[in-house]
Write a protein that binds this ligand. Structure first.
Ligand code: HMG
Ligand code: MG
Length: 300
């Protein structure tokens, strides 16, 4: 497989959702709204604002309806949310989402821990979501967690990822985000996994979603770019983690990804300094340091 690095790359900013879903302290509606507005002003065109999941499972996302109601909607920006079932989809539609995401896993144990059902059951659960979303002209993104490793089962075979990517693609997900949930991958395992999934789903429909637990995220993203992937999920300030993936640290920091991409001469349309300001803002609200190395170096 040989591809050149894409000239244009889409950054899918997951900070307000993946970044904040695992925080011990609840972030207020006002602070979330300000974060989303700062992100749209920085030039992000894809912002995952929250999720419509059970508040018993993820209390941090319980105020997603209020967040959607309060943000300044900027033309050209897609404001999206996770929806695990029809109840979530209906709440998301009421909130006026532009796009939704369903989320599955490549490992059975993680699927059970995260969404309380098997992989096959999850695919079946997505079917009515897809048809209802289609009636409302809402595009659906698909996530797959644990694409190289699982906190409960260890190494995950690339074929298992392809076996989930295929039905998600067949159901009509316009894009499938491949999540290294516990940040355990290296360029070798990431490229092997992408090469296998590409046999089932065109690379143009794939995104890479790296957590930085083992400090490999930027190397893995570079390898994914060389494999032809042109969509990168990231979170400002390197916020994040998944409550059902013990030890999973933050997402790769958006500021670091932007620095890499701009250094490679790749267009993103995002203002790095304004992204750092947004990352600093939310870090300040959580009394922590911005985890992005670029943000730390630039000291804005
Ligand atoms: P369940 O307990 O099997 O569901 O959970 P249930 O249908 O039996 O319902 C139980 C209760 O939840 C009921 O309330 C429902 O009404 C309520 P009760 O009658 O007990 O008062 N409920 C809901 N409430 C609000 N919104 C909803 C909803 N659905 C049910 N949509 C369920 C199944 C899927 C709902 C649950 O497991 C859940 O919400 N899971 C979400 C887990 C989650 O959000 N994980 C993090 C996101 S995934 C991730 O981070 C990975 C990713 O970043 C990629 C990567 O890094 O790998 C995407
Ligand atoms: Mg994640």
């Amino acid at each position: 497989m040989s591809f050149s690095i894409p000239a244009d790359v889409k950054i899918f900013e997951v900070g307000p959702r993946d970044g904040l879903q695992n925080e011990a302290s609840l972030v207020s509606v006002e602070d979330k709204i300000e974060l989303v507005n700062q992100l749209s002003n920085a030039g992000f065109n894809n912002i995952e604002v929250g999720s419509f999941v059970s508040p018993k499972w993820i209390p941090q996302m319980a105020n997603s309806t209020e967040v959607f109601a309060g943000i300044d909607r900027k033309m050209g920006v897609t404001y999206s949310a996770l929806t695990p079932n029809l109840k979530g989809l209906h709440a998301a539609l009421d909130a006026g989402v532009d796009e939704i995401a369903v989320f599955a896993a490549a490992s059975e144990s993680f699927s059970q821990k995260n969404i309380n059902c098997s992989i096959d059951e999850s695919i079946n659960r997505f079917k009515p979501i897809m048809s209802e979303a289609s009636k409302h002209n809402i595009p659906v993104r698909g996530y797959i967690s644990c694409v190289v490793g699982c906190p409960y089962e260890g190494e995950v075979a690339a074929e298992h990822v392809a076996n989930v990517a295929r039905p998600l693609n067949d159901l009509g997900c316009y894009e499938i985000s491949l999540g290294d949930t516990i940040g355990i991958g290296t360029p070798t395992s990431i490229v092997r996994m992408i090469s296998t999934v590409c046999l089932s789903v065109p690379v143009k429909q794939l995104a890479i979603h790296c957590h930085d637990t083992y400090g490999q995220a930027l190397a893995n993203i570079y390898a994914a770019l060389q494999s032809g992937i042109a969509v990168i999920d990231s979170a400002v300030a390197g916020l994040g983690g998944c409550p059902y993936a013990k030890g999973a640290s933050g997402n790769v920091a958006t500021e670091d990804v932007l620095y890499l991409l701009h250094g490679l001469g790749i267009e993103t349309g995002i203002d790095l300094k304004l992204a750092i300001v947004a990352g600093n803002y939310i870090s300040g609200k959580m009394n922590r340091r911005n985890q992005s190395r670029v943000a730390q170096a630039m000291k804005l």
